[in-house]
Write a protein that binds this ligand. Sequence first.
Ligand code: GGG
Length: 355
Amino acid sequence: MVMASFRIAVIAGDGVGQEVIPHGKRIMEAAGRRHGAAFEFQDHDWGADYYFRHGRMMPVGALDALRESDAIFLGAVGHPDIPDHVTLNGLLLPIRRAFDQYANVRPAILFPGVVSPLRRPKGGDIDMVVVRENTEGEYAQVGGFVYQHEPEEVAIQTAVFTRRGVERIIRFAFDLAVKRDKKRRVTSITKSNAQGFGMVLWDRTFQAVAAEYGDIETESLLVDAAAMNFIRRPESFDVVVASNLFGDILSDISAILVGSMGLAPSANLDPSRRYPSMFEPVHGSAPDIAGKGIVNPLATILSVEQLLAHLGLEGAGKDVGAAVAMVLAETNIRTPDLGGESTTTQVADAVLARL
Ligand code: GGG
């Protein structure tokens, strides 16, 4: 068999990122092998330790080093001794912006065998995906301080909504609803009653794009109502499209509804494919459990499923998803976040065995 080869830039990063990424690589290699694909990993030691040595999260020229890769595989960023805005703005956010990874795709599936904290839903009932705008909105990092550290200090933080940015993420969400072909429903989230400019542009754009997709059902919710309805009727959601901040918050809710942050994967996509896309578990560096060998590797492994599909290896991706579903449905092999007593390695080994 002729092997296709892909270059994967790897940033394991901080805390539990160091523990989950090696398993993600093993799974990627095993799934790829069965489908004629090989991977050349370029490991980068960027993150908090790099910051302690060099005073920055990644080197000058880091983005150029990533640019030629076929995909970026990221673990986690964050360290208790570095302010979170330094770690996030020093690594994760510049990568998303530089490579125009405007669609952050965060699926939430309640797998058979996993218990939701809600009473009603059973395996299969919840199957939604939060599509988060990933390059502008509340994360645009536009603003500044005046009279910094003085009693009269002023901080200004401006959210940026561009017609182009809003339209393309909404269009992406509709296309995804068509591709998924499940409930064929897109829910748009704003707070346009209070935020009367950017989010009014969002609502208006949503209506205009919706008119082009006559067979897709639509719903517009204010973010507070959405938070309530995620709990009240999670089964009703299919594709949910939201701004950067709202998408980040709602995807934590959807993750816990399906059992754990440890089951939440994400893809930071440049759908135009001009630049590499990035795949990462939604969870952070989790310093409270780092080094204990008990972090759930499944969010990372499900991110591998997304990465493989993005590289055109849909069959390999499906194998990974099916192996995860098998472990959850057929065994009690689970890390403590899912009520089990297994280690990270035992869970990853169980997935590997089923591949
Ligand atoms: N898995 C990468 C990571 O560490 N994420 C934690 C985080 O704080 N992410 C912020 C964001 O996604 O906006």
